[in-house]
Design a protein around this ligand. Structure first.
Ligand SMILES: O=C(O)C1=C[C@@H](OP(=O)(O)O)[C@@H](O)[C@H](O)C1
Ligand SMILES: C=C(OP(=O)(O)O)C(=O)O
Length: 431
């Protein structure tokens, strides 16, 4: 699918999408917490659909309710299929693999698209220490897992991704781990672990003592109440919302609703970046208002919120001067090698980006030109290009624009609702 965006102004009020990080964790927590869980504001992105499908293959019953909420009934991890399919979701595969391993059944773990080439060596290295048999395709998919996982003291390297630790924390909680510790070295994307612990708490799961993110200690006792019905509201998405906020700062005025400033989500840090860029932003408990202002270059460390790079680059393109963003090394194993993808695709739009080790320099404020770009099948690249296109000179066409379905299926219709001139050109295959 191609999408064409004409430059223009945005105006109006928009509700942020549901966070896939929150929704996927809720599905996992509902599965392992047992009993009945009610998920309010469930997400419908492809990654959310993958998580829903996984928990049903692991034995949970999912029922969409007339009021739009989702009811999940679970008796624990009881696989009813020989495989789970994680689609393109890094979080799903890394979070659900240790959870699948709670069962003694052999389960194959599949995925598609970019997920097939993303590194999963962690499982070969760690799971055998926990009594789990693992077969992988040299650290890549598919994986074949056979548990049951027995919690034990382990040390994990948190530098590649926090998602493996998220999976272990949930699996240890479900296995009622006692007097064992998960030690972590060099943890990156730390706020995502806060989100995991927050969801675990809200579902009444056993939570470990967090010893400065270097050790998560599960004490004996402190077991959850299976008979309690859990109600969890999926949070508004700061990751997808960041694109809306930047769009408002460039082409507003707009108002974004549904983003909680008290959230543990990593990407609420977009607010600091917008403030450093001198964006027109006003925040209260209910909404965030954005309006165009004279934007200046800024410095920002995105090491722990790597998903902010694409919206930050769209913002920096309109900021006068040289913006410096740290944390490029975190981008190599996302849906694309995002540092390079941003450099190439924004290069087509006339924005100069330099990559120097862990640092990205964006030369902004020199004008953005409409161009033919490609998402490279990466949702955040599609959204970044679309936002940058709003004030470009000339129209922009985004190839493989459907990539947004991974996290934010309503992205283009939301832009349209705000008055964006967006047209969708489906490519039909007549063969
Ligand atoms: O736990 C999560 O929900 C996520 C963690 C982050 O990954 P890393 O921990 O690999 O940085 C982030 O990039 C990803 O989009 C979602
Ligand atoms: C990298 C991302 O997600 P995941 O790792 O869950 O596939 C993302 O949403 O940008």
């Amino acid at each position: 699918m191609k999408v064409t965006i004409q430059p223009g102004d945005l105006t109006g009020i928009i509700q942020s999408p549901a966070s896939k990080s929150s929704m996927q964790r809720a599905c996992a927590a509902a599965l392992v917490a047992k009993g009945i869980s009610e998920i309010i504001n469930p997400g419908h992105s492809n990654d959310d659909k993958a998580a829903r499908d996984i928990v049903s293959r692991l034995g949970a019953r999912l029922e969409d309710q007339p009021d739009g909420s989702l009811q999940i009934t679970s008796e624990g991890v009881k696989p009813v299929a020989p495989f789970i399919d994680c689609g393109e979701s890094g979080l799903s595969i890394r979070m659900f693999t240790p959870i699948v391993a709670l069962s003694k059944e052999e389960v194959t773990i599949k995925g598609s698209g970019s997920l097939v080439t993303r590194p999963m060596d962690f499982f070969d290295e760690i799971l055998p220490h926990l009594g789990v048999k693992v077969k992988s395709n040299q650290g890549k998919l598919p994986l074949v897992i056979q548990g049951p996982l027995k919690p034990a003291d382990v040390t994990v390297d948190g530098s590649l991704s926090s998602q493996f630790l998220t999976g272990l924390l949930l699996a240890y909680a479900a296995a009622d781990a006692s007097d064992v510790a998960i030690k972590v070295t060099n943890l990156k994307s730390r706020p995502y672990i806060d989100l995991t612990l927050d969801v675990m708490k809200r579902f009444g799961l056993k939570t470990p003592e967090n010893r400065n993110y270097e050790e998560f200690y599960f004490k004996a006792g402190n077991v959850y109440d299976e008979t309690k019905m859990q109600r969890y509201t999926v949070e508004g998405d700061w990751s997808g919302g960041a694109f809306l906020l930047v769009a408002g700062a460039i082409a507003g005025p707009i108002t974004v609703r549904g983003l909680d400033i008290a959230s543990t989500q990593a990407d609420k840090a977009i607010v600091q970046a917008l403030m450093s860029a001198n964006a027109g932003i006003a925040i209260d408990a209910k909404e965030i208002k954005l309006h165009p202002a004279d934007l200046n270059a800024f410095e920002f460390d995105a090491t722990d919120c790597p998903d902010l790079f694409p919206p930050l680059v769209a913002l920096a393109s309109y900021c006068k001067g040289e913006t410096k963003i740290k944390g490029v090394s975190r981008l190599a194993h996302k849906e694309s090698d995002r540092g390079l993808t941003l450099q190439d695709e924004f290069g087509k739009m006339g924005v100069e980006i330099h990559l120097e080790g862990d640092l990205m320099r964006v030369i902004g404020g020199k004008g953005v030109k409409g161009a033919e770009v490609s998402s490279r099948h990466d949702h955040r690249i599609a959204m970044a290009c679309a936002v940058a296109a709003l004030k470009a000179v000339g129209e922009t066409t985004i190839e493989h624009a459907e990539a947004v379905n991974k996290s934010y299926p309503d992205f283009y219709s939301d832009l349209k609702q705000l008055g964006g001139v967006v047209s969708l050109n489906h490519q039909f295959n007549f063969s």
